[in-house]
Structures are given as structure tokens and as C-alpha cells.
Design a protein around this ligand. Structure first.
Ligand SMILES: *Cc1c(COP(=O)(O)O)cnc(C)c1O
Length: 454
């Protein structure tokens, strides 16, 4: 099993007679029935990760445990929203589109939080209509908009304010900075955060309950979260001093890292939350605060490892490199339209030859897509059996987060569907697009004066 590291691949993945099985379904049967490329969701893997985050938060923070908000932007469909709902987690959405998906799953409004740095008035009104528990506000204009729209509906809307604590986190390091050159949040250091609080206090339609921060993604240790918690608690202390009441909610965001390749070593949810809990406890005591209700928003850490992408190899091409070495380009039937992360973030992935065992020696390969773009790369460098050939299936691990959700129709390539597998059963949860889906958006008619466009 050495090529299927359980820290990277979904729990149910095995090799049976040389062939990869996921959720008890063989990849050749999946390819035959659903076509390629296709995203395969290991349903029990997703559920167990969601449950682990929920349990770890409750066990570490106990009576101060708030909510686990699954970050829908990582990946959401109606079926996945239903799974999250049934597991008892909350959900966060950033747009009217994401809200529409979770609404189609009948997700209870009192378990939804709405983010976004530029929510339209329509989106705000939709969130209010649906009765979302919390709107996280991110600009002064938005405070005015939510206040006015809530007033029109005769509502007193619960809100949380997104703060920029001046902590910028990456996988292995973080920096604290007074200069916060990003679009998200109200800067604490510049005083913007305090002005926002003052503005909120003027509105009879808004009820501020806490502070929020989200500092980065694919973070592997607790230090950046610890530093963020301290900044947020110090802000809560100022609030307490000036208002003589405390805000009860502290939301530390998502960004918890996962293993894409062998060298990635993420911290476990339990260890991470224990460490943050210690910091929260110590600092609440130091600042004379009651302990806030502590919530988190994992997206990638729940859905990322639960999905793989299955592709079919179309062509292979050997390229001579400058140093005399060679590289095999393995082109698959998808690419940057279903996985933009490699070209966008220089992300790493791992993959295996999925439909058969091979005893051929391994060689350096580059897995590329079918798009008209030389940056259309899925994996820059990976060892695959040298006899990989057209018709073979390639499975790429840990594509659940920011894969299908960031997919595009570049080159008019239909976006792949998603199937959920469990106990030998496979079902479609998002169907694959067809060229008819793409053509359905084309409106062929004569040009009209600009004022008359529909
Ligand atoms: C993106 C995002 C998340 C989830 O991030 P992951 O890296 O997927 O865990 C959580 N909260 C907010 C506000 C976000 O923007």
C-alpha cells in the first residue's frame, strides 16, 4: 500500500487486484459508468472528518465550545449540505449562490453564517429573508446596508465583525504586521475596527455579538492562530472596558492544513485546538475576560482529503531536457478547468496509476491537461510507472477543496461531475456538464442598441 499514504488518500481507498477501489467501487467501473474526468467523494471519509472537528472542538473547549462552520466555498452541493446538516455542523456561505445551494438542502437558517467582503444588497436581503443567524460584516458601507435592510424587514440582525489582526499565515510560518494590505476585515491596528464598532452601536437594527478573523490557508501549526486569538481577545477587552459588557463570540476562521504530498505534516484537530484553548484560557485570565464561545470554520480540512479526481490518459510524450535527462508528459482529459490550484498557487498533488499495478520502473512524469495553455499542469513532477499509456486511469488525491468549486469552462470544456461512493454504491451528486449545458447559455441573435439589451 506504500503508494496510498492514508494521510493523503481517503480512508476507504485500497488496491484490489491491482486496481484502486474507493468506497468499495473500482475505478474502472466508475470510469465506465460515469465517464472521466470525475470527482469521487468518499462519503464516510467526509463524515468522519466533519465529526472529528466537531468532537475535538467540544472536547477541548467544553462549555466554551461554539460552532463548527463548514466553509461551503471549499466545495458544496445540495447533497453535501444535507450531510453537513445531518452531522449537526453549521455552515458558512459567502454569496447568494452558496446560500441558494444550502437553502435547497433546507439548511436551518439559525445554523448559517454569511461572509463576503462585497455582498450585494440582493444577497444581504436574501440572507435576511432566509433568517441566517449571523452576518459577518466587512465594511462601513455594509454596516449601513445590513442595518437599513434589516430595518425594512423589522429585524434586529445578529452580526459579527471581521477583524484584520495583522497576522498573515502560510503553511510553515506567519508574520505579524501593522500594515495590512488586504481587502478583508477591519484593521485593528489602524483603528478601523473600533470605528466600525462605534458605527454598529448607532444602529437599532444590528446586534453585535462577537469578532471574527480568517488569516490564511493551508496552515500547519497553531502559532498563527494563537497570535490571532490574542489580538482578538485584546480587542474584546477594549470593548469590555468601554461598554461594560462583553461580546460572547470569538470565531477564528479556517485555514487548517491538509496533506497533499508526503512532506506535508498537518497538526491534528485535537492537538491544534488544545493548543489554541490554552492560549485563549491564559489570555482571558490575563485580560479579565469571561471565556468567549469559540468557533471555527474549516473547509479544506473537512472536504479536501475526502475526494479524488479520476482522469483518463490521452497522450504521452517524451521530452529531452537540457541536462540530457528526459521527462514524460502525461496528458489527461481534464486539467486547469477542474484543478486550477497548481497554476494558481503552485500547489502540489500526488497521483497514482489507478486501473492496474505495474512493475515497470518509475520515471519522472509531468501530468498535464488538455487546455491551450502551457501552464495547464496538474502535477509538475511525479514518479509514475514508465509504461503508463493512453487509456490508463490516473487518480489525483486530495482534490475535494477548491477543485470542483473553482472549476471553469475554459476552452469550452464541460466541468466534471461529482459522485459519492460508499459501501460499493456510487451515486451522482453533481452531474457532469455536457456541451448542451454550455450551448444553453449562448444567445444567438442580431446586435441591438446597448439600451435594449436583455
Ligand atoms: C476560505 C475561508 C474559510 C475556509 O478556509 P479553509 O482553508 O478551506 O479551511 C473559512 N472562513 C473564511 C472566512 C474563509 O474565507
Amino acid at each position: 500500500m506504500s503508494d496510498l499514504n492514508p494521510l493523503i488518500w481517503p480512508h476507504s481507498v485500497t488496491r484490489v487486484k491491482g486496481e484502486i477501489n474507493i468506497g468499495g467501487c473500482s475505478v474502472t467501473s466508475i470510469a465506465a459508468k460515469f465517464g472521466t474526468p470525475i470527482f469521487i467523494l468518499d462519503e464516510s471519509d467526509l463524515k468522519s472528518r466533519a465529526t472529528i472537528w466537531q468532537k475535538s472542538l467540544q472536547e477541548t473547549f467544553q462549555e466554551h465550545a461554539g460552532d463548527v462552520f463548514y466553509a461551503a466555498k471549499a466545495f458544496v452541493s445540495v447533497e453535501v449540505a444535507k450531510m453537513i446538516k445531518e452531522l449537526g455542523l453549521n455552515i458558512d456561505v459567502c454569496t447568494g449562490g452558496e446560500l441558494a445551494v444550502v437553502a435547497a438542502a433546507n439548511f436551518p437558517g439559525e445554523r448559517i453564517e454569511m461572509h463576503g467582503n462585497n455582498k450585494s444588497e440582493t444577497e444581504i436581503a436574501q440572507a435576511l429573508d432566509y433568517g441566517v443567524a449571523t452576518i459577518v460584516v466587512d465594511s462601513l458601507q455594509e454596516i449601513e446596508r445590513v442595518s437599513r435592510l434589516a430595518g425594512l424587514q423589522g429585524k434586529n440582525q445578529q452580526i459579527v465583525i471581521r477583524l484584520n489582526p495583522g497576522v498573515e499565515a502560510h503553511t510553515h510560518e506567519y508574520i505579524t504586521t501593522a500594515i495590512e494590505d488586504v481587502k478583508f476585515g477591519f484593521s485593528i491596528a489602524s483603528g478601523a475596527a473600533w470605528s466600525a464598532v462605534t458605527e454598529i452601536a448607532k444602529s437599532p437594527n444590528l446586534r453585535l455579538v462577537g469578532v471574527h478573523s480568517h488569516i490564511g490557508s493551508q496552515i500547519f501549526s497553531s502559532e498563527a492562530f494563537d497570535a490571532t486569538a490574542v489580538k482578538l481577545l485584546e480587542f474584546l477587552k477594549r470593548y469590555k472596558d468601554e461598554n461594560r459588557v462583553e461580546l460572547p463570540e470569538l470565531i477564528i476562521g479556517g485555514g487548517f492544513g491538509i496533506a497533499y504530498v508526503e512532506s506535508d505534516q498537518p497538526i491534528s484537530p485535537g492537538n491544534l485546538l488544545r493548543q489554541i484553548h490554552k492560549v485563549v484560557l491564559t489570555n482571558c485570565e490575563r485580560l479579565g475576560l469571561s471565556i468567549a464561545r469559540f468557533s471555527i470554520e474549516p473547509g479544506r480540512a473537512i472536504i479536501g482529503p475526502a475526494m479524488v479526481t479520476l482522469y483518463k490518459v490521452g497522450t504521452t510524450k517524451e521530452i529531452k531536457l537540457k541536462d540530457g535527462a528526459t521527462r514524460l508528459y502525461v496528458a489527461v482529459d481534464g486539467g486547469m478547468s477542474d484543478n486550477i490550484r497548481t497554476s494558481l498557487y503552485d500547489a502540489d498533488y500526488t497521483a497514482v496509476l489507478a486501473n492496474r499495478d505495474s512493475i515497470a520502473t518509475k520515471r519522472d512524469c509531468r501530468i498535464v491537461g488538455k487546455h491551450c495553455e502551457s501552464g495547464d499542469v496538474i502535477i509538475n513532477s511525479i514518479l509514475l510507472p514508465s509504461d503508463v499509456e493512453p487509456g490508463d486511469l490516473i487518480a489525483v488525491a486530495a482534490t475535494g477543496a477548491y477543485g470542483r468549486s473553482m472549476a471553469s469552462n475554459y476552452n469550452h470544456v464541460p466541468r466534471p461531475g461529482v459522485i459519492a461512493v460508499q459501501s460499493g454504491m456510487a451515486r451522482t451528486i453533481i452531474r457532469s456538464e455536457t456541451t448542451s449545458d454550455l450551448l444553453a447559455l449562448d444567445i444567438a441573435e442580431g446586435a441591438k442598441p446597448i439600451g435594449e439589451r436583455s
